[in-house]
Design a protein around this ligand. Sequence first.
Ligand SMILES: Cc1ncc(COP(=O)(O)O)c(C=O)c1O
Length: 442
Amino acid sequence: MKSDTSKQLFDRGMKVLVEGCSSASRGPMNYAPYPAYIREGKGARLWDVDDNEYIDWQLSFGCLPLGHAHPAIVDIVQEKVMGGTHFATALEVEVEAAELIVEMLPHVDKVRFANTGTEACMTGVRMARGITGKRKVLKFEGHYHGWYDGLLVSTNPQAVTTLGHPNDPVRIPDSSGLTPGSLEDTLVCVWNDADALERMLKTHGHEIACVVMEGAMSNMGVIPPKPGYLKQVQEMCRAYDVLFYLDETVTGFRVAPGGAAELYDLQPDIVTFGKALGQGFPVAAIAGPDHIMESIEYGKVLHYGSHNAPRLGLYAAKTMLEEMRRDNNAGWTKINAIGEEMTTRLNQVARDTGQNMRVQNVGSMFHPVFTDLDEITGYRDFCGHVNLAKYGEFSKLMREQGVFFTGNKILHNLSCTAHTQADIDRTIEAAGNALEQMSRVG
Ligand SMILES: Cc1ncc(COP(=O)(O)O)c(C=O)c1O
């Protein structure tokens, strides 16, 4: 596979950009020695600047349920861009997109648009504090909610010996530059364990504003909740007078039309969306019932932003939702079926080649991990039993065969409506080749 042009761009990029690009996740840390610079995307395909073609399963970290350059998105954006890109005023499309979301989500009365998941989560936490007058936030080990200081605790895999007792997990800051307040006000609990949460709420419930979580872990591979667990969390939050905040940045408009809340039959107090919602444009949202959302009225709890409700992004979001909802939500039926097939067949290939690769999924989100366990049920399993270097090697071998699996070892891969049966078959064949090569090398 040629990569001369990417190499040249990387050399130039290193002089003017940190790591040659704009996020550690996209640079040499995950794509050593240098990343492929992508020129173009269409459907489920990517092309890099050296003309290599890839089947894309990373899909902009889940931002593209319809794949790249979907004709309906291209049409609406081309039409609307002629009328201006951004006014920072109230917009008709803002009302229309919010109406659609409220219609789709029974737990939501009102929506506030933002730009990124991080911003939305920062706002969600501030709202919870403003509404309850309580200062602490309870999050879970291995759950990522963006890079806002207050939630940037215990989000990365660590040596199990550093995690502390499961009744009182050590809070591990994930960046330099955090203030002690970020740690003091952020409690960390073991996930997928109702007793652990009950213990924390019994002790600290009176000072906790909200329990925030992903409905399915998507930043430690893919880890589904145990049956009934999320309902128990919701009930406990109600019992201890703590707001239940479901961060649907990844799962929203992806795992089901109504996200994890629909899939697991939940009525969260606060929800946040991002990624899939914008279909490739930076659109995020904070949403919930009236009595919660009224907290940001007139800046009682402040949420501002010059770029909120980006005009073209909202046309893309509205069009994406309309496309996915067509024929009784056929878009979600399709991407979930592809996710299931990828999971089953990748697991079969792993068995056939004798590799200890296991694939877990929630609908269209799936991820291979190399592990001695039959199942990864939480962060501590992931930290203690997953060989990240092997996934790095596997994903590199896949990309060398023209199949773009994310190089980020703790994230996940995803399907979109543009993936075809031939894409799946070719990917499975590439996975077989990659695993056989890994077996030969040992
Ligand atoms: C669950 C979750 N919440 C929030 C975020 C932050 O979103 P963004 O990258 O748009 O800031 C992410 C990003 O990966 C996420 O996975």
